[in-house]
Design a protein around this ligand. Structure first.
Ligand code: ADP
Length: 275
C-alpha cells in the first residue's frame, strides 16, 4: 500500500489569506495519479493500494489562526471559538470536495473521509481513530481521501489535527496492510539544513534521521498552525523509529509524484532510522 500526502502548500496558495486552490497543480497531480493507475493496468485492483492525505493550506490555516484554535481559552469565549471551529471545518471540507471532484474527473474512485466526524484528540494527539472503515474502503478498491481538519479535544475542547499526524497514525496503526511507500509532496525539494525559502545557502539533506540534522529549526510561514516542515519531520521520525521510511519530494515539479508512486528514484529527503 502507498500513502500519498499532498501538502496544502502545493494544492492551495498557502501564503494567501483567502482560500484559493492552485488548480494548475491540482489538475496536474490528479493526472499523475491517473497515469499511475494506467501504468499499473486499469483493470487491476491496484486502487486498493492508495490512501491520499491532504493538507489544508489557505483553506485551514487562516481561520484556525484567526480563532486561535488549539489554544486554551476562557469559558465565555466558547461561543466565538465554536464559530471558528465551524468555519474552519466548513472551509477544509470545501477544499476536500474540490480535490475529490478533480480526482473523480480522472476516474479515480476516491472516497472522502472527514476527520472531524469521527476522530478526537487529547492535547492535540489522536486518542480515538477507528481505522476499520478505511480498511473496508480499501478492501472494496476505493481510494480514501482524508485531510487536515479541526477535531474535538479532551483537554482543549477543540484542536487542529494536521494531515501529517493523520498520515503517521494510519501508517503506524493500519495493521492489515503492508506499507510499501510513504510519499509526502511539498513545495520544496525535501528537508534542508535551513528553510530554503529564507536562506540561499540551505543544503538538501538526503537522509534525515534526527531533528539535529537540521541546523536552523524555524516555522514555515506566519500562518502555519501545524508546525510546518518541523512538525512534519517529527511525525515522520516516529515512523522511522518503527522502521517505516518516508520520502519528502517536491510536488511542484512535474512528474515527481508519478515517478515516486511507481517507486522510481526521485530527488528527495528520505526520513529513516539509519544514517
Ligand atoms: P505542506 O503544506 O506542503 O505540508 P509546509 O508548508 O507545512 O508544507 O512545509 C513546507 C515548508 O517548510 C517549505 O515551504 C519551507 O519554506 C519550510 N521549511 C522550513 N524549514 C525547512 C527546512 N529545514 N527544510 C525544508 N523546508 C523548510
Amino acid at each position: 500500500m502507498i500513502i500519498l500526502k499532498l501538502g496544502g502548500s502545493v494544492l492551495t496558495k498557502k501564503d494567501s489569506h483567502n482560500a484559493e486552490v492552485n488548480y494548475k497543480n491540482l489538475n496536474r497531480i490528479a493526472n499523475e495519479i491517473h497515469n499511475f493507475f494506467l501504468a499499473k493496468g486499469s483493470n487491476s485492483d491496484i486502487a486498493n493500494e492508495l490512501i491520499i492525505v491532504h493538507g489544508a493550506g489557505s483553506f485551514g490555516h487562516p481561520p484556525a489562526q484567526k480563532y486561535q484554535i488549539g489554544k486554551s481559552f476562557k469559558r465565555e469565549e466558547y461561543p466565538e471559538k465554536r464559530i471558528g471551529f465551524s468555519e474552519t471545518q466548513n472551509s477544509v471540507k470545501r477544499l476536500n470536495s474540490i480535490i475529490c471532484e478533480c480526482l473523480l474527473s480522472k476516474k479515480i474512485p476516491c472516497v472522502s473521509i472527514q476527520p472531524s466526524s469521527f476522530i478526537t484528540t487529547d492535547n492535540k494527539r489522536i486518542n480515538s481513530f477507528n481505522l476499520d472503515l478505511i480498511a473496508k474502503y480499501l478492501d472494496e478498491g476505493f481510494v480514501p481521501v482524508i485531510y487536515g481538519d479541526v477535531v474535538l479535544d479532551a483537554q482543549l475542547k477543540i484542536a487542529v489535527l494536521s494531515g501529517d499526524q493523520i498520515l503517521q497514525y494510519i501508517a503506524k496503526n493500519l495493521k492489515s496492510r503492508k506499507i510499501n511507500e510513504i510519499i509526502l509532496g511539498t513545495d520544496v525539494d525535501g528537508v534542508f539544513t535551513k528553510n530554503p525559502k529564507k536562506h540561499n545557502d540551505a543544503k538538501l539533506i538526503r537522509r534525515v534521521s534526527s531533528l539535529e540534522d537540521i541546523e536552523v529549526l524555524e516555522s514555515t510561514t506566519n500562518i502555519d498552525v501545524t508546525g510546518g516542515m518541523i512538525g512534519k519531520i517529527k511525525e515522520l521520525l516516529k515512523l522511522a523509529n518503527l522502521g517505516i521510511e518516508s520520502r519528502i519530494i517536491n510536488a511542484n515539479k512535474e512528474g515527481l509524484i508519478a515517478n515516486a508512486l511507481l517507486n522510481k528514484k526521485v530527488e528527495c529527503s528520505l526520513i529513516t532510522k539509519n544514517k
